[in-house]
Ligand binder design. Structure first.
Ligand code: COA
Length: 162
């Protein structure tokens, strides 16, 4: 188990399972204008993507992320904090865990796409050190049309052996 994962106890952090999806979808639908569907989550879980759900001491779901590893790159697909709990550093801590797990799996880069209009997420990513590396035009569905995605990336230095 990752040392960071151990340090984060007692907050319960576990791989996402199909049994979590009712709660995940309840948050997903509140958090996004264009939420993922149950099928999107099931496809990601059956593909074996890296995923974690975060619960509080009472077992209430607080947030989750899913990421796809391709060779030595980790691509963040979804990171979501319950709307009631946003701006309390949970997103940051999930990114820290993801970066740590990615490094442990030998990844050298973290990638993601973010809606151009998603200022909170862009601020989080920039504060975390991600930089814009590209623009994908009309990448996302939007009300009344399409919206651009920013492609962002971060180098993940490998830990030197001690
Ligand atoms: C984006 C999201 C995951 C951020 O998680 P969070 O737990 O609210 O963010 P954090 O509290 O960890 O914020 C860390 C830093 O990011 C920046 N930030 C996060 N939310 C911000 C906001 N609403 N406005 C300005 N800056 C923000 C700040 O620099 C913040 O540090 P600070 O609070 O010390 O100033 C969360 O807002 C969310 O789930 N949004 C809906 C789903 C979504 O858009 N996901 C991303 C898809 S690409």
């Amino acid at each position: 188990m990752s040392a960071l994962l151990r340090d984060l106890a007692p907050m319960a952090i576990q791989a996402m399972a199909v049994a979590d999806l009712d709660e995940v979808l309840a948050i997903e639908q509140q958090a996004y204008s264009h939420p993922w569907t149950r099928g999107n989550f099931i496809d990601s879980l059956s593909s074996g993507y890296l995923s974690h759900v975060w619960r509080d001491d009472q077992g209430q779901l607080q947030g989750y992320f899913l990421a796809m590893q391709v060779l030595d790159e980790m691509h963040l697909l979804n990171i979501t904090v319950h709307p009631r709990l946003q701006r309390q550093r949970l997103g940051w801590r999930m990114l820290e865990l993801l970066a740590q797990l990615a490094r442990e799996r030998g990844c050298r880069q973290l990638w993601l796409e973010v809606r151009e209009s998603n200022a909170p997420a862009r601020r989080l990513y920039e504060a975390f050190g991600l930089r814009q590396l590209g623009l994908r035009r009309d990448y996302y569905p939007a009300h009344g049309g399409r919206e651009n995605a920013l492609l962002m990336g971060l180098d993940l230095p490998q830990e030197s052996p001690s």
